[in-house]
Ligand binder design. Sequence first.
Ligand SMILES: [Zn+2]
Length: 67
Amino acid sequence: MPHEPKKKHSKSVKRTRRASILLGSADLMLCKNCNAKTLAHMACRKCGFYDGQSVKSVKQKAVVTRA
Ligand SMILES: [Zn+2]
């Protein structure tokens, strides 16, 4: 059959190839609502907005005020 590998790649060849595939940083976008850095195609973690509208409620940190 054609298109068969002629020889098995050694562990060293395989590991060297995979070591060169570096893990890049995630693509961060700026939220249009609050300008926080968010992952692309994900709702903003800070304000819960996606595509200009609120899609989830975000817990607000309780503000403790002392008199
Ligand atoms: Zn936001």
